[in-house]
Structure formats: C-alpha cells, structure tokens
Design a protein around this ligand. Structure first.
Ligand SMILES: Nc1ncnc2c1ncn2[C@@H]1O[C@H](COP(=O)(O)OP(=O)(O)O)[C@@H](O)[C@H]1O
Ligand SMILES: [Mg+2]
Length: 173
C-alpha cells in the first residue's frame, strides 16, 4: 500500500502522469472513490503523459472510451453498469489485451476483473482540495514494480505531506 496526499486537481493529474511512467500494455488499473474524488482527474494526467492529445472526459454515458497515445488507453466507468452480467458483456478480455485499461468505480465490478491489477482508492481529505490517494499493487506484475511505483509518486507520499518532515525511504521489496 502506497499512501499519498494531493492538494488540488493539478497534483492528482501529475500523480496520474507519474503512474503512467511505470504502466505497460495489458495493465489494469482499478479506481475507487466517491463522486468528485478525482478518479477522472487522475486518468486525465495518466493519458496526457502517454501522449493522448484528445481531452479525456468522464465516460459515464458511453461506458468505455479508447484513446491512442504511445499506447492505447481504455477508460471505463462501471457506475452505470447494471450488475455483473453487463460488466462481462463489455468484452473486457479484449480490452485488456489492447493497451492499458483504467476502470472508474472498478471496485463495483471487482469480481469481473482480473485479480492482477493496481488499485487506486481516492478519498476526500481535510481541506476541500485535499485528496488521499492509496495505491495497492496486486499480482506479480504490479508487485515487481512496487518500488518503482513508490519512487514515481514520492512527491505525494503521505508522511512527507502530512508531517512536513522528509519521508523515510521505503525498503525495496
Ligand atoms: N486534490 C484533488 N484531486 C482531484 N480533484 C480535485 C482535487 N481538489 C479538488 N478537486 C476537484 O474535484 C473534482 C474531481 O472530479 P473528477 O476527477 O471528475 O472526480 P471523479 O471522477 O472521482 O468523480 C474536480 O472538480 C476537481 O477540480
Ligand atoms: Mg469520473
């Protein structure tokens, strides 16, 4: 678990860009968090960092958007899905084969998604523009990138942000 705090949407977009730097085709990123937590903001920074020029908008009404940058970025929103059957109808295996896939409200359809994933849970913080961003890698592919991921998001690591003191570097695992 890698705990971060962002202060403002621009920081969440930058954090998304930092995550993109360690992402690879075939990756699944599951985003959890209430409406307005910053899931779409994170995806915007992620896609922009991969050279996606088209503006990334919430896919609430289309279920899935496909962007092409240095790799394909699939952006899904599970909020509107009526249960697991519809989630399975999305053709997830094909999507997942084609670039990197980010699913907002992915926790809602968790069981329909592969276990190997990076979970990112966003939550509201103390101030109106503060957000907690907790990254949890699951499966060997993400676990072997855990140290790189921690370094990529170092700027926003919670101990630094909360206490103002330099964070202890985490032991590589
Ligand atoms: N630290 C922050 N991170 C992300 N968004 C923030 C932050 N502070 C304020 N905001 C605002 O919160 C809203 C987040 O919206 P959005 O990314 O669409 O959330 P979600 O997709 O989770 O519903 C935006 O209006 C954004 O400007
Ligand atoms: Mg959204």
């Amino acid at each position: 678990m890698i705990s971060c705090v962002t202060r403002g949407a621009a920081e969440t977009r930058s954090l998304g860009a930092a995550v993109a730097a360690v992402a690879a085709p075939g990756d699944l990123i599951v985003l959890a968090g209430d409406l307005g937590a910053g899931k779409t903001a994170l995806v915007q920074g992620f896609a922009a960092a991969l050279g996606v020029a088209r503006p990334v908008t919430s896919p609430t009404f289309v279920l899935a958007n496909r962007y092409v940058g240095r790799m394909v970025v699939n952006h899904l929103d599970a909020y509107r899905l009526n249960g697991m059957a519809e989630a399975r109808d999305l053709g997830l295996p094909e999507l997942l084969d084609d670039g990197v896939t980010l699913v907002e409200w992915g926790d809602v359809i968790s069981a329909a998604l592969p276990a190997s994933r990076l979970e990112i849970a966003l939550g509201f913080g103390a101030g109106p523009d503060d957000r907690s961003v907790v990254l949890t890698p699951w499966g060997p592919s993400w676990l072997e990138r855990r140290a790189a991921l921690g370094r990529a998001v170092q700027t926003w690591r919670a101990p630094v942000r909360a206490g103002g003191a330099p964070a202890e570097p985490e032991p590589a695992c």
